[in-house]
Design a protein around this ligand. Structure first.
Ligand code: AQP
Length: 333
């Protein structure tokens, strides 16, 4: 099978959580281990679309790189770097923002969600963020982009920008048309407190998410307090549709254990939720605690993380510098 060229990124906005892991990072590791050419970016330029404390941002950049490594991304096999250290990203973003259309950006639902009611006060960066994301991907001729389901629309925009550029400059195949890699089931992990909202770093309630750095007791406590209802354990998949919190917990269990939903429904039928929650906590501790311990260890080894980021940035600079020159030439510069 031909190898894929993979690019994906995670924002260093703190509190990396189970949604980031199941929706994205777990797949990064699988794609790397299948022998694909992988580039994983700590997208710090994306993080500043909302205000960040510079000192905390610096720590979060390192912690995100540490999380990649702790989860199984091997810096000897994959490129790990932070976006702001490779200037081609900002340059390509400007150039591509002159290709992207306002109408396309106006349709982005994530901007509407994140800007909320007060759009006038949102940063211009938050609005054009998907163009920077397109630049990230297209600069490396990535063929496949593993993301959570919430990023699907942004990836479609990257495809539209790529196609329009190739047409406008009469340059078929200049940019690749990247394919999203989104897992079929449970590609969107929801908040533990509200099954209609995605699990998110910026949710003010820490009880809404399992952080990848949570201790065993924190995991047990959060799962105990996760919202359920007073009805019995569901007996059929149809029964899950109107119960988003239950569907989410069962989805997390299924994704982490590789067990089919039907088999889980059979296993826990007739039981009360406390037993299911105990089992789920145990599974989470088994999967998350080794990562959390490794993150804590790596967080103390700043010089190692800085070296990984430095070497990754050098490789990413090498790969992107030719492409950015070619893009500029197309514009006539
Ligand atoms: N809840 C989720 N379920 C599945 N996948 C998710 N991802 C994020 N949340 C979920 C995926 O994780 C990758 C990295 O996301 P990101 O950090 O770059 O940005 P985000 O999507 O904005 O993540 P958050 O947690 O919601 O952060 P805040 O609160 O800061 O906005 C992406 O592939 C994303 O799909």
């Amino acid at each position: 099978m031909a190898t894929k060229k993979i690019f994906s990124g995670v924002q260093p906005s703190g509190n990396l959580h189970l949604g980031n892991y199941i929706g994205a990072i777990k797949n990064f590791v699988n794609l790397q281990n299948e022998g694909n050419e992988c580039i994983f970016c700590v997208v710090d330029l994306h993080a500043i679309t909302v205000k960040q404390d510079p000192k905390i941002l610096k720590q979060n950049i390192r912690e995100t790189a540490a999380t990649f490594i702790a989860s199984g991304i091997n810096p000897k096999k994959s490129i790990i770097f932070n976006q702001s250290s490779v200037s081609a990203h900002s340059q390509a973003s400007w150039l591509l923002s002159c290709v992207a259309r306002m109408g396309w950006l106006n349709r982005m639902t994530q901007f509407k969600e994140k800007a909320g009611k007060d759009k006038e006060k949102a940063s211009v960066g938050l609005y054009i963020y998907p163009v920077l994301m397109a630049a990230d991907i297209l600069l490396y001729d990535a063929t496949h982009v593993p993301v959570g389901e919430d990023q699907k629309q942004h990836l479609e925009l990257a495809r539209d920008i790529s196609k329009k550029f190739n047409t406008d400059f009469n340059a078929a195949d200049f940019f690749k048309i990247p394919e999203p890699l989104i897992q079929k089931n449970f590609a969107r992990i929801m908040s533990l407190k509200d099954g209609t909202k995605k699990m998110s770093k910026s949710d003010p309630s820490d009880l809404s998410r399992i952080n990848l750095t949570d201790t065993e007791n924190e995991i047990i406590n959060k799962i105990k307090k996760a919202k359920t209802d007073t009805n019995p354990f569901p007996t059929s998949i149809d029964n899950l549709k109107s119960r988003p919190e239950i569907e989410n917990l069962i989805g997390i269990y299924s994704s982490l254990s590789g067990t089919k939903i039907e088999d889980l429904l059979n296993k826990f039928k007739g039981q009360n939720f406390s037993l299911f929650k105990e089992d789920l906590s145990e599974l989470l501790i088994k999967k998350i605690s080794p990562i959390s311990k490794e993150i804590n260890k790596l967080n103390k080894d700043i010089s190692f993380i800085d070296q990984v980021l430095k070497e990754g940035s050098e490789k990413a600079n090498e790969l992107s510098s030719k492409k950015i020159e070619d893009i500029k030439k197309k514009f006539g510069f």
